[in-house]
Design a protein. Sequence first.
Length: 590
Amino acid sequence: MNIIPSQILGEFSVSGDLGEWKITSSSELVEPKLELLKISLSAPAPIAPPFLRLDNTIPQKDMFAKWTSGGYFYRGIPPNWWSKTHSDLATQVPLVQINNNADRNRFLIACSDALRFVVFHCGILEEGCSLTTSIRMFEQVEAPIQNYEFILRIDMRDCFYAEALQEASKWFTSFDEYKPTIPPKAAYDSIYSSWYTYHQEIFDDELVAECALAKEYGLNGIIIDDGWQTDDIKRGYAFCGDWEPSKTRFKNGMRDFARRLHAIDVKLLLWYSVCFVGVHSKHYERFKNKSLYFRGGNTQALVLDPRFPEVREYLIQTYENAMRDWELDGFKFDFIDNFHIEGEDPAIAEDYAGRDIKSVAHAVDALLTEVVRRLKAINPDVLIEFRQSYIGPAIRKYGNMFRVADCPGDINRNRVGIVDLRLLSGETAVHSDMLEWNMQADYKTAMLQLLNVIFGVPQISVKLEELPEEHRKALKFWLNFREQHRSTLLEGRFVPRLASSNYQHISAYNDEDEVVAVYSPGVVVKPESNAKSISIINASGQDGIVVSLNRPAVKAVIYDSIGGEQEILAPAAGFSQVAVPSSGLLVLSF
Protein backbone atom coordinates (compact mmCIF):
# COMPACT_ATOMS: atom_id res chain seq x y z
CA MET A 1 0.00 0.00 0.00
CA ASN A 2 1.25 3.48 -0.93
CA ILE A 3 1.07 6.50 1.37
CA ILE A 4 0.53 10.10 0.25
CA PRO A 5 1.58 12.61 2.93
CA SER A 6 -0.62 15.63 3.70
CA GLN A 7 0.56 18.64 5.68
CA ILE A 8 -2.90 19.07 7.20
CA LEU A 9 -4.46 15.61 7.35
CA GLY A 10 -1.34 13.57 8.04
CA GLU A 11 -1.63 11.06 5.22
CA PHE A 12 -3.82 9.31 2.68
CA SER A 13 -3.48 5.59 2.22
CA VAL A 14 -3.58 4.59 -1.46
CA SER A 15 -4.99 1.35 -2.78
CA GLY A 16 -6.14 0.07 -6.14
CA ASP A 17 -5.02 -1.85 -9.21
CA LEU A 18 -1.96 0.27 -9.94
CA GLY A 19 -0.10 -2.36 -11.95
CA GLU A 20 2.35 -0.48 -14.21
CA TRP A 21 1.19 2.91 -12.96
CA LYS A 22 3.56 5.03 -10.90
CA ILE A 23 2.06 7.48 -8.37
CA THR A 24 3.75 10.61 -6.99
CA SER A 25 2.58 13.62 -5.00
CA SER A 26 3.56 17.10 -3.87
CA SER A 27 2.02 19.50 -1.37
CA GLU A 28 1.67 23.29 -1.12
CA LEU A 29 0.51 24.95 2.09
CA VAL A 30 -1.27 28.06 0.78
CA GLU A 31 -1.91 29.31 4.30
CA PRO A 32 -2.29 27.61 7.66
CA LYS A 33 -4.93 24.88 7.35
CA LEU A 34 -5.32 25.33 3.57
CA GLU A 35 -3.43 22.83 1.40
CA LEU A 36 -3.16 21.95 -2.28
CA LEU A 37 -2.18 18.29 -2.67
CA LYS A 38 -1.14 17.37 -6.22
CA ILE A 39 -1.28 13.69 -7.20
CA SER A 40 0.19 12.38 -10.46
CA LEU A 41 -0.08 9.03 -12.25
CA SER A 42 2.06 7.86 -15.13
CA ALA A 43 2.36 4.68 -17.19
CA PRO A 44 4.93 3.50 -19.77
CA ALA A 45 2.28 3.57 -22.53
CA PRO A 46 -1.41 4.53 -22.93
CA ILE A 47 -3.57 2.04 -21.05
CA ALA A 48 -6.88 2.09 -19.20
CA PRO A 49 -6.36 4.01 -15.92
CA PRO A 50 -6.47 1.99 -12.72
CA PHE A 51 -9.11 2.01 -10.02
CA LEU A 52 -7.65 4.33 -7.39
CA ARG A 53 -8.72 4.83 -3.79
CA LEU A 54 -7.40 7.40 -1.30
CA ASP A 55 -8.44 7.09 2.35
CA ASN A 56 -8.02 9.36 5.35
CA THR A 57 -9.36 9.36 8.91
CA ILE A 58 -9.43 12.28 11.37
CA PRO A 59 -11.15 12.74 14.74
CA GLN A 60 -14.74 14.01 14.64
CA LYS A 61 -14.31 17.22 16.60
CA ASP A 62 -17.12 19.79 16.40
CA MET A 63 -18.32 18.27 13.11
CA PHE A 64 -22.08 17.79 12.82
CA ALA A 65 -23.28 18.82 9.34
CA LYS A 66 -22.33 17.77 5.81
CA TRP A 67 -22.63 19.96 2.71
CA THR A 68 -22.55 18.68 -0.87
CA SER A 69 -23.95 20.26 -4.03
CA GLY A 70 -26.58 17.50 -4.18
CA GLY A 71 -27.31 17.11 -0.49
CA TYR A 72 -30.72 18.81 -0.61
CA PHE A 73 -32.59 18.34 2.69
CA TYR A 74 -30.25 15.90 4.40
CA ARG A 75 -27.51 17.86 6.16
CA GLY A 76 -26.34 15.32 8.69
CA ILE A 77 -23.11 13.33 8.48
CA PRO A 78 -24.03 9.73 7.62
CA PRO A 79 -22.14 6.63 8.72
CA ASN A 80 -19.26 5.89 6.37
CA TRP A 81 -20.95 2.81 4.95
CA TRP A 82 -23.65 4.84 3.14
CA SER A 83 -21.94 8.20 2.65
CA LYS A 84 -21.40 8.04 -1.12
CA THR A 85 -21.69 11.06 -3.39
CA HIS A 86 -20.30 11.41 -6.91
CA SER A 87 -19.67 13.95 -9.61
CA ASP A 88 -18.72 14.17 -13.26
CA LEU A 89 -19.02 16.74 -16.02
CA ALA A 90 -22.84 16.70 -15.88
CA THR A 91 -23.37 15.71 -12.25
CA GLN A 92 -22.83 17.92 -9.21
CA VAL A 93 -19.48 19.32 -8.01
CA PRO A 94 -16.49 17.26 -6.76
CA LEU A 95 -16.53 18.70 -3.26
CA VAL A 96 -17.57 17.77 0.28
CA GLN A 97 -17.71 20.08 3.28
CA ILE A 98 -18.18 19.30 6.99
CA ASN A 99 -19.42 22.06 9.32
CA ASN A 100 -20.51 22.54 12.88
CA ASN A 101 -24.03 23.67 13.80
CA ALA A 102 -22.87 27.29 14.07
CA ASP A 103 -22.17 27.50 10.32
CA ARG A 104 -18.39 27.25 10.73
CA ASN A 105 -16.25 25.32 8.29
CA ARG A 106 -14.45 22.35 9.83
CA PHE A 107 -13.31 20.37 6.79
CA LEU A 108 -13.62 20.89 3.05
CA ILE A 109 -12.09 18.77 0.33
CA ALA A 110 -12.44 19.44 -3.40
CA CYS A 111 -11.04 17.58 -6.41
CA SER A 112 -9.81 19.44 -9.48
CA ASP A 113 -11.22 16.84 -11.90
CA ALA A 114 -14.74 18.02 -12.67
CA LEU A 115 -14.99 16.07 -15.94
CA ARG A 116 -14.48 12.44 -14.97
CA PHE A 117 -16.49 10.29 -12.57
CA VAL A 118 -15.22 10.99 -9.02
CA VAL A 119 -16.68 9.34 -5.91
CA PHE A 120 -16.50 10.73 -2.37
CA HIS A 121 -17.31 8.65 0.68
CA CYS A 122 -17.28 10.98 3.67
CA GLY A 123 -18.95 9.80 6.87
CA ILE A 124 -18.59 8.71 10.46
CA LEU A 125 -16.56 5.65 11.40
CA GLU A 126 -18.37 4.07 14.34
CA GLU A 127 -15.17 2.69 15.88
CA GLY A 128 -13.75 5.73 17.67
CA CYS A 129 -16.24 8.28 16.23
CA SER A 130 -13.95 9.55 13.48
CA LEU A 131 -14.56 11.20 10.12
CA THR A 132 -13.41 9.03 7.25
CA THR A 133 -12.91 10.32 3.72
CA SER A 134 -12.46 8.01 0.76
CA ILE A 135 -11.88 9.40 -2.73
CA ARG A 136 -12.30 6.90 -5.54
CA MET A 137 -11.23 7.49 -9.13
CA PHE A 138 -11.86 5.49 -12.30
CA GLU A 139 -14.74 3.38 -11.01
CA GLN A 140 -16.28 3.59 -14.48
CA VAL A 141 -14.93 2.54 -17.87
CA GLU A 142 -12.29 5.01 -19.09
CA ALA A 143 -10.41 5.39 -22.35
CA PRO A 144 -6.65 4.66 -22.34
CA ILE A 145 -4.33 7.42 -21.08
CA GLN A 146 -0.64 7.60 -20.18
CA ASN A 147 -0.49 10.48 -17.72
CA TYR A 148 -3.02 11.87 -15.29
CA GLU A 149 -2.93 14.55 -12.61
CA PHE A 150 -5.40 15.99 -10.15
CA ILE A 151 -5.28 18.29 -7.15
CA LEU A 152 -7.07 17.99 -3.82
CA ARG A 153 -7.88 21.29 -2.13
CA ILE A 154 -8.05 20.67 1.63
CA ASP A 155 -9.48 23.46 3.79
CA MET A 156 -9.73 23.15 7.59
CA ARG A 157 -9.87 26.87 8.39
CA ASP A 158 -12.29 28.13 11.03
CA CYS A 159 -14.38 30.40 8.81
CA PHE A 160 -18.01 30.93 7.77
CA TYR A 161 -18.98 27.86 5.75
CA ALA A 162 -20.25 29.92 2.80
CA GLU A 163 -16.94 31.73 2.47
CA ALA A 164 -15.09 28.42 2.28
CA LEU A 165 -17.46 27.19 -0.44
CA GLN A 166 -17.26 30.41 -2.44
CA GLU A 167 -13.45 30.36 -2.30
CA ALA A 168 -13.46 26.75 -3.50
CA SER A 169 -15.67 27.82 -6.40
CA LYS A 170 -13.17 30.55 -7.31
CA TRP A 171 -10.40 27.98 -7.15
CA PHE A 172 -12.11 25.88 -9.82
CA THR A 173 -12.21 28.92 -12.13
CA SER A 174 -8.41 29.23 -11.85
CA PHE A 175 -8.11 26.21 -14.18
CA ASP A 176 -8.18 27.00 -17.90
CA GLU A 177 -10.64 24.16 -18.55
CA TYR A 178 -13.19 25.72 -16.19
CA LYS A 179 -13.13 29.39 -17.18
CA PRO A 180 -16.78 30.46 -16.81
CA THR A 181 -18.75 32.38 -19.38
CA ILE A 182 -19.96 35.80 -18.23
CA PRO A 183 -23.78 36.04 -18.34
CA PRO A 184 -25.45 38.85 -20.27
CA LYS A 185 -27.72 41.15 -18.28
CA ALA A 186 -30.82 39.36 -19.56
CA ALA A 187 -29.75 36.16 -17.77
CA TYR A 188 -30.76 37.83 -14.49
CA ASP A 189 -34.23 38.86 -15.70
CA SER A 190 -37.31 37.15 -14.29
CA ILE A 191 -38.74 34.92 -16.99
CA TYR A 192 -41.82 32.89 -17.93
CA SER A 193 -41.72 29.13 -18.56
CA SER A 194 -44.27 27.12 -20.48
CA TRP A 195 -43.64 23.79 -18.75
CA TYR A 196 -45.86 23.58 -15.66
CA THR A 197 -48.43 25.85 -17.27
CA TYR A 198 -48.92 23.97 -20.52
CA HIS A 199 -46.63 20.93 -20.53
CA GLN A 200 -46.62 19.72 -24.16
CA GLU A 201 -49.93 21.31 -25.13
CA ILE A 202 -48.58 24.61 -26.40
CA PHE A 203 -49.94 26.80 -29.22
CA ASP A 204 -48.50 29.99 -30.64
CA ASP A 205 -51.47 32.36 -30.26
CA GLU A 206 -52.06 31.41 -26.63
CA LEU A 207 -48.36 31.78 -25.80
CA VAL A 208 -48.13 35.23 -27.40
CA ALA A 209 -51.16 36.39 -25.40
CA GLU A 210 -49.65 34.98 -22.19
CA CYS A 211 -46.33 36.71 -22.90
CA ALA A 212 -48.10 40.03 -23.38
CA LEU A 213 -49.52 39.61 -19.87
CA ALA A 214 -46.12 38.47 -18.57
CA LYS A 215 -44.56 41.76 -19.65
CA GLU A 216 -46.88 43.55 -17.21
CA TYR A 217 -45.15 41.61 -14.42
CA GLY A 218 -41.65 42.36 -15.68
CA LEU A 219 -41.13 38.91 -17.21
CA ASN A 220 -38.95 39.66 -20.23
CA GLY A 221 -38.65 36.25 -21.83
CA ILE A 222 -40.19 32.83 -22.22
CA ILE A 223 -38.67 29.35 -22.22
CA ILE A 224 -40.69 27.10 -24.51
CA ASP A 225 -40.21 23.62 -23.11
CA ASP A 226 -40.90 20.15 -24.51
CA GLY A 227 -43.79 20.01 -26.99
CA TRP A 228 -42.82 22.54 -29.64
CA GLN A 229 -41.27 19.79 -31.81
CA THR A 230 -44.15 17.27 -31.73
CA ASP A 231 -47.93 16.85 -31.70
CA ASP A 232 -47.51 13.93 -29.30
CA ILE A 233 -48.42 14.62 -25.65
CA LYS A 234 -47.31 11.35 -24.01
CA ARG A 235 -44.28 13.00 -22.37
CA GLY A 236 -41.69 10.60 -23.82
CA TYR A 237 -38.81 11.41 -26.17
CA ALA A 238 -39.64 9.18 -29.11
CA PHE A 239 -40.21 12.26 -31.31
CA CYS A 240 -37.00 14.10 -30.37
CA GLY A 241 -34.06 14.37 -32.76
CA ASP A 242 -35.37 16.14 -35.86
CA TRP A 243 -36.13 19.43 -34.08
CA GLU A 244 -38.68 20.74 -36.54
CA PRO A 245 -41.50 22.87 -35.11
CA SER A 246 -44.95 21.34 -35.08
CA LYS A 247 -47.05 22.93 -37.82
CA THR A 248 -50.11 22.42 -35.66
CA ARG A 249 -48.67 24.30 -32.72
CA PHE A 250 -46.77 26.98 -34.68
CA LYS A 251 -48.89 27.39 -37.76
CA ASN A 252 -46.70 30.04 -39.40
CA GLY A 253 -43.41 28.59 -38.24
CA MET A 254 -41.00 29.36 -35.42
CA ARG A 255 -39.51 32.46 -37.05
CA ASP A 256 -42.93 34.10 -37.24
CA PHE A 257 -43.55 33.18 -33.60
CA ALA A 258 -40.20 34.64 -32.52
CA ARG A 259 -40.91 37.89 -34.37
CA ARG A 260 -44.31 38.21 -32.70
CA LEU A 261 -42.61 37.88 -29.31
CA HIS A 262 -39.86 40.31 -30.23
CA ALA A 263 -42.53 42.83 -31.25
CA ILE A 264 -43.63 42.94 -27.60
CA ASP A 265 -40.01 42.86 -26.36
CA VAL A 266 -40.04 39.26 -25.12
CA LYS A 267 -37.04 36.96 -25.65
CA LEU A 268 -37.48 33.37 -26.85
CA LEU A 269 -35.56 30.34 -25.56
CA LEU A 270 -36.23 26.81 -26.86
CA TRP A 271 -35.80 23.48 -25.06
CA TYR A 272 -33.69 20.69 -26.56
CA SER A 273 -33.05 17.21 -25.13
CA VAL A 274 -29.48 17.23 -26.37
CA CYS A 275 -28.59 13.53 -26.30
CA PHE A 276 -31.85 11.88 -27.47
CA VAL A 277 -32.80 10.72 -30.96
CA GLY A 278 -36.21 9.10 -30.70
CA VAL A 279 -37.48 6.02 -32.49
CA HIS A 280 -39.88 8.15 -34.56
CA SER A 281 -37.19 10.61 -35.63
CA LYS A 282 -36.07 10.70 -39.24
CA HIS A 283 -32.50 10.62 -37.94
CA TYR A 284 -32.94 7.43 -35.92
CA GLU A 285 -31.49 5.08 -38.54
CA ARG A 286 -28.70 7.53 -39.38
CA PHE A 287 -27.40 7.52 -35.81
CA LYS A 288 -28.41 4.03 -34.73
CA ASN A 289 -24.80 2.84 -34.86
CA LYS A 290 -23.39 6.05 -33.44
CA SER A 291 -24.99 5.82 -30.01
CA LEU A 292 -23.91 4.96 -26.49
CA TYR A 293 -27.02 2.93 -25.68
CA PHE A 294 -30.80 2.78 -26.17
CA ARG A 295 -33.05 4.09 -23.43
CA GLY A 296 -36.35 2.22 -23.33
CA GLY A 297 -39.36 2.69 -21.07
CA ASN A 298 -41.07 6.01 -21.61
CA THR A 299 -37.97 7.49 -23.27
CA GLN A 300 -37.76 5.34 -26.43
CA ALA A 301 -34.66 7.03 -27.78
CA LEU A 302 -31.01 6.53 -28.62
CA VAL A 303 -28.42 8.33 -26.54
CA LEU A 304 -25.96 9.74 -29.06
CA ASP A 305 -22.23 9.08 -28.81
CA PRO A 306 -20.53 12.51 -28.92
CA ARG A 307 -17.16 10.89 -29.64
CA PHE A 308 -18.19 10.74 -33.30
CA PRO A 309 -17.37 14.08 -34.98
CA GLU A 310 -20.47 13.82 -37.21
CA VAL A 311 -22.67 13.50 -34.11
CA ARG A 312 -21.20 16.65 -32.63
CA GLU A 313 -21.46 18.52 -35.89
CA TYR A 314 -25.09 17.50 -36.35
CA LEU A 315 -26.02 18.83 -32.92
CA ILE A 316 -23.99 22.02 -33.33
CA GLN A 317 -25.53 22.78 -36.72
CA THR A 318 -29.00 22.06 -35.35
CA TYR A 319 -28.66 24.80 -32.72
CA GLU A 320 -26.72 27.13 -35.00
CA ASN A 321 -29.37 26.94 -37.73
CA ALA A 322 -32.19 27.35 -35.21
CA MET A 323 -30.67 30.49 -33.76
CA ARG A 324 -29.96 32.02 -37.14
CA ASP A 325 -33.09 30.93 -39.03
CA TRP A 326 -35.63 31.45 -36.25
CA GLU A 327 -33.95 34.42 -34.54
CA LEU A 328 -33.83 32.69 -31.16
CA ASP A 329 -32.46 34.40 -28.07
CA GLY A 330 -31.38 31.27 -26.24
CA PHE A 331 -31.62 27.60 -25.40
CA LYS A 332 -32.51 25.26 -22.59
CA PHE A 333 -30.16 22.30 -23.00
CA ASP A 334 -31.46 19.25 -21.18
CA PHE A 335 -30.45 15.66 -20.35
CA ILE A 336 -26.72 15.97 -20.92
CA ASP A 337 -26.30 13.73 -17.86
CA ASN A 338 -27.39 10.83 -20.08
CA PHE A 339 -24.10 11.06 -21.99
CA HIS A 340 -22.40 8.14 -20.26
CA ILE A 341 -21.58 4.49 -20.82
CA GLU A 342 -23.98 1.85 -19.52
CA GLY A 343 -22.34 -1.55 -19.25
CA GLU A 344 -19.56 -2.15 -21.75
CA ASP A 345 -18.25 0.67 -23.89
CA PRO A 346 -19.32 -0.11 -27.49
CA ALA A 347 -16.19 1.65 -28.74
CA ILE A 348 -13.82 -0.94 -27.30
CA ALA A 349 -15.05 -3.79 -29.53
CA GLU A 350 -14.76 -1.43 -32.52
CA ASP A 351 -11.29 -0.19 -31.51
CA TYR A 352 -12.78 3.34 -31.34
CA ALA A 353 -13.45 3.33 -35.08
CA GLY A 354 -14.87 6.63 -36.32
CA ARG A 355 -14.39 8.32 -32.98
CA ASP A 356 -11.87 11.16 -32.81
CA ILE A 357 -12.11 11.44 -29.00
CA LYS A 358 -11.93 8.36 -26.79
CA SER A 359 -13.32 9.80 -23.55
CA VAL A 360 -17.07 10.44 -23.40
CA ALA A 361 -16.63 13.26 -20.87
CA HIS A 362 -14.05 15.02 -23.01
CA ALA A 363 -16.24 14.55 -26.09
CA VAL A 364 -19.17 16.22 -24.30
CA ASP A 365 -16.82 19.00 -23.27
CA ALA A 366 -15.70 19.42 -26.88
CA LEU A 367 -19.32 19.39 -28.08
CA LEU A 368 -20.58 22.02 -25.67
CA THR A 369 -17.49 24.20 -26.02
CA GLU A 370 -18.02 24.36 -29.77
CA VAL A 371 -21.78 24.87 -29.39
CA VAL A 372 -21.17 27.95 -27.28
CA ARG A 373 -18.43 29.29 -29.54
CA ARG A 374 -20.58 29.09 -32.65
CA LEU A 375 -23.74 30.38 -31.01
CA LYS A 376 -21.87 33.37 -29.59
CA ALA A 377 -20.53 34.09 -33.07
CA ILE A 378 -24.15 34.68 -34.08
CA ASN A 379 -25.30 36.37 -30.86
CA PRO A 380 -22.73 37.18 -28.13
CA ASP A 381 -25.60 37.55 -25.64
CA VAL A 382 -27.12 34.12 -26.25
CA LEU A 383 -28.87 32.74 -23.16
CA ILE A 384 -28.11 29.11 -22.24
CA GLU A 385 -29.81 27.30 -19.37
CA PHE A 386 -28.78 24.08 -17.64
CA ARG A 387 -30.54 22.58 -14.64
CA GLN A 388 -29.44 20.63 -11.61
CA SER A 389 -27.63 18.35 -11.45
CA TYR A 390 -25.52 19.52 -14.41
CA ILE A 391 -24.18 22.60 -12.63
CA GLY A 392 -20.48 21.87 -12.03
CA PRO A 393 -17.35 23.92 -12.80
CA ALA A 394 -17.14 22.67 -16.39
CA ILE A 395 -20.79 23.52 -17.12
CA ARG A 396 -20.15 27.15 -16.15
CA LYS A 397 -18.09 27.37 -19.37
CA TYR A 398 -21.18 26.67 -21.46
CA GLY A 399 -24.18 27.93 -19.51
CA ASN A 400 -24.97 31.36 -18.12
CA MET A 401 -28.20 30.26 -16.37
CA PHE A 402 -28.38 27.44 -13.81
CA ARG A 403 -31.85 26.28 -12.73
CA VAL A 404 -32.95 24.37 -9.65
CA ALA A 405 -34.03 20.80 -10.40
CA ASP A 406 -37.74 20.06 -10.87
CA CYS A 407 -39.63 20.54 -7.60
CA PRO A 408 -43.19 21.62 -8.53
CA GLY A 409 -44.93 23.40 -5.66
CA ASP A 410 -42.09 22.62 -3.21
CA ILE A 411 -41.01 25.90 -1.61
CA ASN A 412 -38.40 24.33 0.64
CA ARG A 413 -36.66 22.37 -2.11
CA ASN A 414 -36.63 25.45 -4.32
CA ARG A 415 -35.10 27.61 -1.57
CA VAL A 416 -32.44 25.03 -0.76
CA GLY A 417 -31.66 24.59 -4.45
CA ILE A 418 -31.26 28.34 -4.96
CA VAL A 419 -28.83 28.65 -2.06
CA ASP A 420 -26.86 25.51 -2.93
CA LEU A 421 -26.39 26.74 -6.48
CA ARG A 422 -25.47 30.28 -5.50
CA LEU A 423 -22.75 29.12 -3.12
CA LEU A 424 -20.78 27.48 -5.95
CA SER A 425 -21.93 29.31 -9.11
CA GLY A 426 -20.18 32.67 -8.88
CA GLU A 427 -21.59 35.09 -11.44
CA THR A 428 -23.64 32.44 -13.25
CA ALA A 429 -27.32 33.45 -12.98
CA VAL A 430 -29.14 31.09 -10.62
CA HIS A 431 -32.79 30.48 -11.51
CA SER A 432 -35.57 28.90 -9.51
CA ASP A 433 -37.43 25.88 -10.66
CA MET A 434 -40.59 27.09 -12.35
CA LEU A 435 -43.03 28.53 -9.81
CA GLU A 436 -46.59 27.24 -9.76
CA TRP A 437 -49.32 27.28 -7.15
CA ASN A 438 -52.96 26.37 -6.81
CA MET A 439 -55.30 29.19 -7.74
CA GLN A 440 -57.51 28.39 -4.74
CA ALA A 441 -54.69 29.08 -2.29
CA ASP A 442 -54.68 32.22 -0.18
CA TYR A 443 -52.39 34.84 -1.71
CA LYS A 444 -50.12 34.74 1.35
CA THR A 445 -49.56 31.03 0.84
CA ALA A 446 -49.18 31.41 -2.91
CA MET A 447 -46.50 34.09 -2.53
CA LEU A 448 -44.36 31.81 -0.39
CA GLN A 449 -43.41 30.21 -3.71
CA LEU A 450 -41.78 33.46 -4.83
CA LEU A 451 -40.36 34.53 -1.47
CA ASN A 452 -38.45 31.28 -1.09
CA VAL A 453 -36.53 32.02 -4.31
CA ILE A 454 -36.19 35.80 -3.93
CA PHE A 455 -32.39 35.47 -3.71
CA GLY A 456 -32.32 33.92 -7.17
CA VAL A 457 -34.00 34.61 -10.51
CA PRO A 458 -37.69 33.60 -10.53
CA GLN A 459 -39.18 31.56 -13.35
CA ILE A 460 -42.99 31.81 -13.36
CA SER A 461 -45.19 29.05 -14.75
CA VAL A 462 -48.84 29.78 -13.95
CA LYS A 463 -51.55 30.99 -16.30
CA LEU A 464 -51.48 34.68 -15.58
CA GLU A 465 -54.90 35.33 -17.11
CA GLU A 466 -56.44 32.96 -14.56
CA LEU A 467 -54.83 34.48 -11.45
CA PRO A 468 -57.22 35.75 -8.74
CA GLU A 469 -56.99 39.50 -8.20
CA GLU A 470 -55.10 39.22 -4.89
CA HIS A 471 -52.59 36.89 -6.53
CA ARG A 472 -52.07 39.43 -9.34
CA LYS A 473 -51.42 42.27 -6.93
CA ALA A 474 -49.07 40.26 -4.74
CA LEU A 475 -47.12 38.81 -7.66
CA LYS A 476 -46.62 42.27 -9.15
CA PHE A 477 -45.62 43.67 -5.75
CA TRP A 478 -42.94 41.07 -5.13
CA LEU A 479 -41.58 40.95 -8.68
CA ASN A 480 -41.33 44.74 -8.56
CA PHE A 481 -39.58 44.53 -5.17
CA ARG A 482 -37.19 41.97 -6.60
CA GLU A 483 -36.35 44.26 -9.52
CA GLN A 484 -35.85 47.30 -7.26
CA HIS A 485 -33.44 45.35 -5.04
CA ARG A 486 -31.93 43.20 -7.77
CA SER A 487 -28.36 44.40 -7.31
CA THR A 488 -28.55 43.75 -3.57
CA LEU A 489 -30.18 40.33 -3.90
CA LEU A 490 -27.87 39.03 -6.62
CA GLU A 491 -24.64 41.01 -6.26
CA GLY A 492 -24.49 41.91 -2.57
CA ARG A 493 -22.70 39.84 0.04
CA PHE A 494 -24.73 36.64 0.31
CA VAL A 495 -25.20 35.22 3.83
CA PRO A 496 -27.38 32.10 4.08
CA ARG A 497 -27.43 31.08 7.74
CA LEU A 498 -28.61 27.94 9.54
CA ALA A 499 -27.24 25.68 6.81
CA SER A 500 -27.81 22.52 8.85
CA SER A 501 -31.50 23.52 9.04
CA ASN A 502 -31.83 24.21 5.31
CA TYR A 503 -31.26 27.98 5.36
CA GLN A 504 -34.02 29.42 7.54
CA HIS A 505 -32.39 32.89 7.62
CA ILE A 506 -30.91 34.46 4.48
CA SER A 507 -29.49 37.92 3.89
CA ALA A 508 -27.84 39.88 1.10
CA TYR A 509 -26.42 43.35 1.55
CA ASN A 510 -24.23 46.19 0.39
CA ASP A 511 -23.33 49.52 2.01
CA GLU A 512 -26.70 51.10 1.24
CA ASP A 513 -29.23 48.28 1.26
CA GLU A 514 -29.93 44.93 2.89
CA VAL A 515 -32.63 42.35 2.23
CA VAL A 516 -33.13 39.66 4.86
CA ALA A 517 -35.74 36.89 4.88
CA VAL A 518 -36.87 34.47 7.56
CA TYR A 519 -38.33 31.11 6.56
CA SER A 520 -39.40 29.49 9.80
CA PRO A 521 -41.48 30.58 12.82
CA GLY A 522 -39.41 31.29 15.90
CA VAL A 523 -36.24 32.29 14.05
CA VAL A 524 -35.09 35.73 15.21
CA VAL A 525 -34.38 38.12 12.34
CA LYS A 526 -30.97 39.68 12.75
CA PRO A 527 -29.67 41.99 10.01
CA GLU A 528 -26.05 41.49 8.96
CA SER A 529 -25.11 45.06 8.05
CA ASN A 530 -25.28 48.73 8.94
CA ALA A 531 -27.02 49.60 5.69
CA LYS A 532 -29.19 52.70 5.53
CA SER A 533 -32.25 50.68 4.48
CA ILE A 534 -33.11 47.14 5.59
CA SER A 535 -36.02 45.20 4.09
CA ILE A 536 -37.19 42.23 6.15
CA ILE A 537 -39.34 39.58 4.44
CA ASN A 538 -41.63 37.44 6.57
CA ALA A 539 -41.74 34.11 4.71
CA SER A 540 -42.20 32.11 7.91
CA GLY A 541 -45.79 31.13 7.09
CA GLN A 542 -47.26 32.88 10.12
CA ASP A 543 -47.97 36.47 11.13
CA GLY A 544 -45.45 38.33 13.25
CA ILE A 545 -41.66 38.24 13.54
CA VAL A 546 -39.05 38.98 16.18
CA VAL A 547 -36.32 41.41 15.12
CA SER A 548 -32.99 41.93 16.86
CA LEU A 549 -31.31 45.26 16.02
CA ASN A 550 -27.94 46.62 17.06
CA ARG A 551 -29.19 50.22 16.64
CA PRO A 552 -32.58 51.96 16.72
CA ALA A 553 -34.44 52.49 13.45
CA VAL A 554 -35.62 55.96 12.41
CA LYS A 555 -38.63 54.81 10.40
CA ALA A 556 -40.52 51.53 9.99
CA VAL A 557 -43.19 50.67 7.41
CA ILE A 558 -45.09 47.38 7.06
CA TYR A 559 -46.44 46.25 3.67
CA ASP A 560 -48.91 43.40 3.21
CA SER A 561 -47.97 42.94 -0.49
CA ILE A 562 -51.45 43.61 -1.95
CA GLY A 563 -51.51 47.35 -1.36
CA GLY A 564 -51.67 47.66 2.41
CA GLU A 565 -49.11 50.02 3.94
CA GLN A 566 -48.73 51.06 7.57
CA GLU A 567 -46.08 53.14 9.30
CA ILE A 568 -45.38 51.90 12.81
CA LEU A 569 -43.27 52.97 15.76
CA ALA A 570 -39.67 52.33 14.74
CA PRO A 571 -38.09 49.45 16.69
CA ALA A 572 -35.39 50.30 19.21
CA ALA A 573 -32.09 48.48 19.58
CA GLY A 574 -32.49 44.98 20.99
CA PHE A 575 -35.37 42.55 20.50
CA SER A 576 -38.74 43.70 19.15
CA GLN A 577 -41.93 41.84 18.28
CA VAL A 578 -43.26 43.29 15.00
CA ALA A 579 -46.65 42.48 13.47
CA VAL A 580 -45.48 41.80 9.94
CA PRO A 581 -48.09 39.64 8.18
CA SER A 582 -47.13 36.36 6.54
CA SER A 583 -45.71 37.09 3.06
CA GLY A 584 -45.40 40.70 4.18
CA LEU A 585 -42.52 43.14 4.35
CA LEU A 586 -40.98 45.39 6.99
CA VAL A 587 -38.81 48.23 5.72
CA LEU A 588 -36.54 49.93 8.25
CA SER A 589 -34.71 53.20 7.64
CA PHE A 590 -31.72 54.32 9.69
